[in-house]
Design a protein around this ligand. Structure first.
Ligand code: PMV
Length: 333
C-alpha cells in the first residue's frame, strides 16, 4: 500500500481568468495572475492511496463519497497515469477535505484539484510540470500548485501544452502583503463559473474589448508592480480588473450577477477609506460570488480592521452606513 497526503491553499486572482477558448482542455482566453494563501489558512487536504486490494477508483469529498466518473476528475487521473514514472497499476482511493465552504466563490475547486494533482504526482513520481494537469481539473487550480504570486500563461498551442502556471515571485518577496476575506455568503453559488464564463464569452461585446485592448497591458503593469512591490499600482489594477470582470458578466445576456448589495457596500467602503486616508491602502477583488477579498499591507491592517469593525459590527445596519457616516471622523477620533 502507498499513501501520500498533501495540503494546497486557495488562490485569489488579481487579474481574473474569465472565459475559455477550449472548454474541454480548459484553455483560457487570457493570462491571469493570483496570490496563493499560506497553507495554514483556507486549504484542501488530500490523501491518495493505492493498494492491490482496491477493486475500483473511489473518491470522498468532505467525508461523503462522490462520483469518480466526473469527467474533470477522470481527465486528471488519465493524464497522471499516462505520465507515471512507476508502474503502479493499482486502483486509487482519494479522500479530500476543505477547511472552508465548498463552491461558495472561495476558490474551493482550485485548492481541491491542485492538492489532488500534487498528491497523485508524488504517488506516481511525476517530476516535470504538473500545472497543466491541475488546469484540466479546474482552470484556476493550476495557480494553486505554487505559492506566492503566480501567473497562468494562456499559451498558444491548441493541445494546451504551453498553458501552464509559473511563479512570478515567492511569498517571501512581499512578506508584508496581507489578504482579508470578508465572507458575505457561504452558500453554493447560483451560476457556476463555467456557465458564467460561457455566457459571457458568447454574448458580451465588452468581453472582446477586455481581452484585446485592456488585459495585455494590464498584465505587464501588474507583474512589474508585484516585482517592484508598488502597492498603489498593484491595488488600482486589482480593483479595476475585478470591476471589469463583473462588468463583462453584467454585459452578458441574460446578465450574470455574482455580487449583491453587501458586496457593493464593501466596494464603497474601501473607496471611501482610501479617499479618507488619501492613499490607496486597500484593494478589493470579487470572484464568482459575493464574497470580498481584500489585499492590503500588514501596516494597514490594524487601522483598517478598526474602521471595518466600526462600520460592519455583528448585526450591521447597512442603512446607517448608506446614510453616509464619514471615515475621516472615525480615523481622526
Ligand atoms: O477555475 P474556475 O473554473 O473555478 O474559475 C475561476 C474564476 C475566477 O475565480 C472568478 C477567476 C480566477 O482567475 O480565479
Amino acid at each position: 500500500m502507498c499513501t501520500v497526503t498533501c495540503i494546497a491553499s486557495i488562490n485569489i486572482a488579481v487579474i481574473k481568468y474569465w472565459g475559455k477558448r477550449d472548454e474541454v482542455l480548459i484553455l483560457p482566453v487570457n493570462d491571469s495572475i493570483s496570490a496563493t494563501l499560506d497553507t495554514d489558512h483556507l486549504h484542501a487536504k488530500t490523501t491518495v492511496m493505492t493498494s492491490s486490494t482496491f477493486k475500483e477508483d473511489r473518491i470522498w469529498l468532505n467525508g461523503k463519497e462522490e462520483e469518480i466518473k466526473n469527467p474533470r476528475l477522470q481527465n486528471c487521473l488519465t493524464q497522471i497515469r499516462k505520465r507515471a514514472r512507476n508502474s503502479n497499476q493499482w486502483k486509487v482511493h482519494i479522500c479530500s477535505e476543505n477547511n472552508f465552504p465548498t463552491a461558495a466563490g472561495l476558490a474551493s475547486s482550485a485548492a481541491g484539484y491542485a492538492c489532488l494533482v500534487v498528491a497523485l504526482a508524488k504517488l506516481y513520481q511525476i517530476e516535470d510540470d504538473i500545472t497543466s494537469i491541475a488546469r484540466s481539473g479546474s482552470g484556476s487550480a493550476c495557480r494553486s500548485v505554487m505559492g506566492g504570486f503566480v501567473k497562468w500563461c494562456m499559451g498558444s498551442e491548441s493541445n494546451g501544452a504551453d498553458s501552464i502556471a509559473k511563479q512570478i515571485v515567492p511569498a517571501s518577496h512581499w512578506p508584508e502583503m496581507r489578504i482579508l476575506i470578508l465572507v458575505v455568503n457561504d452558500t453554493k453559488k447560483k451560476i457556476s463559473s463555467s456557465i458564467g464564463m460561457k455566457r459571457t464569452i458568447e454574448t458580451s461585446d465588452l468581453m472582446q474589448h477586455r481581452i484585446k485592448h485592456v488585459l495585455p497591458n494590464r498584465i505587464k503593469i501588474i507583474e512589474q508592480a508585484i516585482i517592484e512591490k508598488d502597492f498603489k499600482t498593484f491595488a488600482e489594477h486589482t480593483i479595476k480588473d475585478s470591476n471589469q470582470m463583473h462588468a463583462v458578466c453584467l454585459d452578458a445576456y441574460p446578465p450574470v450577477v455574482y455580487m449583491n448589495d453587501v458586496s457593493h457596500t464593501i466596494i464603497n467602503f474601501v473607496h471611501a477609506y482610501n479617499e479618507a486616508v488619501n492613499e490607496v491602502k486597500v484593494a478589493y477583488t470579487f470572484d464568482a460570488g459575493p464574497n470580498a477579498t481584500l489585499y492590503l499591507l500588514e501596516e494597514s491592517v490594524p487601522e483598517f480592521m478598526g474602521v471595518l469593525d466600526h462600520f460592519f459590527p455583528p448585526g450591521i445596519n447597512l442603512e446607517q452606513y448608506r446614510k453616509g457616516l464619514t471615515f475621516k471622523e472615525v480615523i481622526n477620533s
